[in-house]
Design a binder for this molecule. Structure first.
Ligand SMILES: C[S@@+](CC[C@H](N)C(=O)[O-])C[C@H]1O[C@@H](n2cnc3c(N)ncnc32)[C@H](O)[C@@H]1O
Length: 275
């Protein structure tokens, strides 16, 4: 699928997810309907975090990690969430950087933005702004953000180099990239990779760890670290892969432990003048 086709498919899928949540339902979270999304999206937030969020923000949570908890946010910082969805990580970040800091959420899907703004109203959090736009073309000035977070979105982009260059541009020198995303670990045959990616709901594809590193480095980032936070077992995807016509036991060695949610950290070097 070409870049614009992928974007429209993503927009349509997440528009539908937001409409379901706004109507009191639950989204087909991993793009797999009845398959359920627990292995990927379940139990990412602790009770204290959940207690300060509106129910709809939790229901709309479609991430694969908890970047806010891992990003070591400090009061006064400016945070940007790429692909903010129903706003869960933006609202949590806003609390951590309050009272003088601010959290921006950026999303391209109107229904998600409406849901996020409604969740902000219900949470009564003021130091938040949801922006409409694309992560490949961030509508903020250069050198204006302390921390870029994101939760399971960069894998959806058909132009990941551009997303990483944009994240680098908006970060202040010394600023942090602190992102949860899906990664592939090592070599996996293309057809099996495609089926597992469908299972986790990634339309455009997760990057292999070394590819993520080299793209971050090419964008200008330093201090790159990729830490798996949840590694998926072939059993998690057995039902889905079987329905796809895949002999799960035969491919198990090529799938087991190869797909993971990871926390990806990097820094814009302090001396970088380029915005
Ligand atoms: C998997 S959901 C994750 C939402 C949120 N981060 C969370 O953890 O619940 C992906 C979100 O990213 C948005 N998105 C995907 N691709 C995007 C792009 N290229 N530009 C802006 N938003 C995008 C979708 O509209 C959707 O709200």
């Amino acid at each position: 699928m070409a870049g614009s086709g992928i974007k429209e498919a993503v927009r349509s899928k997440y528009g539908e997810a937001a409409r379901k949540v706004a109507g009191g339902g639950t989204p087909d979270c991993c793009g797999v309907g009845q398959q359920g999304c627990d292995p990927v999206s379940g139990n990412l937030y602790d009770t204290a975090e959940k207690s300060i969020l509106p129910a709809e923000a939790l229901t709309a949570s479609l991430g694969c990690g908890n970047p806010t908890a891992l990003a070591k946010l400090q009061p006064g910082e400016i945070v940007l969430d790429l692909g903010s969805g129903g706003g869960i990580d933006v609202l949590l970040s806003a609390r951590r950087v309050a009272p003088d800091g601010k959290a921006y959420g950026l999303d391209m899907t109107d229904e998600m933005l409406a849901l996020a703004r409604e969740n902000q109203r219900k949470a009564g959090v003021e130091n938040v702004e949801f922006l409409k736009g694309e992560i490949e073309d961030i509508p903020l000035p250069g050198n204006s953000v302390d921390v870029v977070i994101s939760n399971c979105v960069i894998n959806l982009s058909a132009d990941k180099d551009r997303v990483l260059r944009e994240a680098f541009r908006v970060l202040r020198p010394g600023g942090r990239f602190a992102v949860s995303d899906m990664v592939v670990r090592g070599t996996v045959p293309a057809d099996i990779r495609r089926s597992v990616e469908l299972w986790v709901g990634c339309v455009a594809g997760a990057m292999e760890e070394s590819e993520y590193r080299s793209k971050l480095s090419a964008a200008g980032f330093a201090e790159i670290e990729i830490e798996p936070t949840r590694v998926y077992a072939v059993e998690d995807a057995r039902q889905f892969l079987t329905a796809e016509g895949i002999d799960v036991d035969a491919v198990a060695p090529q799938v087991e432990g190869k797909f993971a949610s990871a926390f990806i950290r990097a820094r814009k070097p302090a001396g970088t003048a380029k915005g």
